[in-house]
Design a protein around this ligand. Structure first.
Ligand code: UDP
Length: 381
């Protein structure tokens, strides 16, 4: 936003913007998914004159280890603008602007990614801006959203982003460079498919009514973006979905099973019948196995109740025949008694032994932590 805005003409006599768009129109968007072979997921996106590329790596073990979260994956997002992406060369490396954009963009994804599924892992999202023309953070989020899908990261849905702003006193969608530079306000927004906002920023000033109008308009913008994202996903994956070779294979198997039938003659009813027969057969086999090992009323030592969760250890009578391979446990070698007040002399000896073992074990742990620290230091270097 700049104070020189008064000199700039934002609309022509037909009410169209400098790039001939209507106020509620977004710039043309082109998307290609899966452009990088070494990333788990990737996406190249053009939005007007913006060109960005997003790469997702992970879920993978988080390094350095101190970044690991016990119950979920850590999500990392790096937005970077190439020095050649803007008119005046951008200074390479991180800046306050890129750190801010990386932080808010990461937060835009945190509510939608099922990070709980990957404890101690990292999901790394990198976005490179190759050409900038206002709206790069929203373009980056749209590309990252698709790269995450391409990487197979489980999510509640896509995140779609679009900016809205005020130029020449009017609320307009998806600001271009002159509108961004000389307009009165710019609000980048990201939202989920069901309209929940995951990012909202604002540069400039709006009245409460203008803000409400802007939020209504940006929902339309995000919906348009969502449709384009979905179309890009279909373009990439529709061929996979149309590939019915697996279905043909299953039909051929069934045809073999049902004598004198050709794969082409297989009807849906025949498939259903076949599946039912197989499930019934499996159910019979499973119940036969279970009944063989069910506990009898006399609770024979050689049988197990497969449904008894409380059983920790089963002692097997070696003379009994059994189809199951059990690990034999040398009972003398195991001290089942947790009671530390045991006054038995033998048990004291065992306690001494176990103390030694504990000490050795703690040494082992100390060594591992020292190794870890060395590793972390290496990484930081
Ligand atoms: N820009 C620039 N040099 C910079 C940063 C930004 O020329 O160091 C331009 C670039 O075209 C960018 C626009 O200013 O797209 C608006 O930047 P802003 O910080 O508002 O982020 P964006 O709208 O790209 O998300």
């Amino acid at each position: 936003m700049s104070s020189n805005q008064t000199d700039v003409v934002f609309f022509d006599e037909n009410g169209l913007r400098t790039d001939q768009r209507k106020p509620d129109e977004i710039r043309p968007m082109k998307i290609k998914i899966g452009v990088l072979s070494r990333a788990n997921g990737s996406c190249y996106l053009e939005w007007g004159a913006n060109k960005v590329i997003a790469a997702v790596y992970g879920p993978r073990e988080a390094h350095p280890r101190r970044m690991q979260l016990a119950g979920k994956a850590v999500i990392r997002y790096r937005y970077n603008m190439q020095s050649f992406s803007v008119e005046d060369r951008a200074r390479p490396g991180p800046s306050r602007r890129s750190s801010e954009i990386s932080k808010v963009s990461r937060e835009a994804f945190e509510p939608v990614i099922f990070s709980d599924a990957y404890p101690k892992a990292a999901i790394d999202i990198f976005v490179e801006v190759l050409q900038a023309d206002a709206g790069t953070r929203t373009a980056a989020i749209n590309a990252a959203s698709l790269a995450l899908v391409d990487a197979g990261i489980p999510m509640r849905g896509l995140v779609s982003a679009c900016a809205v702003g005020k130029v020449g006193g009017k609320i307009v969608l998806d600001l271009n460079k002159p509108e961004d530079n000389y307009g009165e306000a710019d609000l980048p927004i990201a939202m989920t498919e069901d309209g929940k906002i995951t990012l909202v920023q604002m540069d400039g000033h709006l009245t409460p009514d203008e803000f409400t109008e802007a939020m209504e308009l940006v929902q339309k913008g995000c919906r348009q973006v969502l449709e384009i994202q979905k179309a890009a996903l279909l373009e990439k994956y529709a061929s996979v979905m149309d590939d019915d070779s697996e279905i043909v294979e299953i039909e051929e198997e069934i045809a073999e099973d049902i004598e004198d039938s050709d794969a082409d003659d297989i009807t849906d009813e025949m498939v259903d019948d076949f599946v039912n027969q197989v499930s019934e057969r499996l159910a019979r086999d499973i119940s036969a196995v279970i009944s063989e090992y069910e506990v009898s009323d006399e609770t024979s030592e050689s049988t197990i109740d497969l449904f008894d969760d409380d059983i920790d250890l089963v002692i097997i009578d070696e003379d009994e025949e059994s189809d199951i391979d059990f690990i034999e446990i040398d009972e003398d070698a195991v001290d089942f008694d947790d009671d530390s007040d045991d006054e038995d002399d033998d048990s004291d000896d065992e306690d001494d032994d176990s103390d030694d073992e504990t000490e050795d074990f703690s040494k082992e742990i100390d060594k591992t932590s020292a190794d870890d620290e060395e590793f972390d230091d290496d990484e930081e270097e």
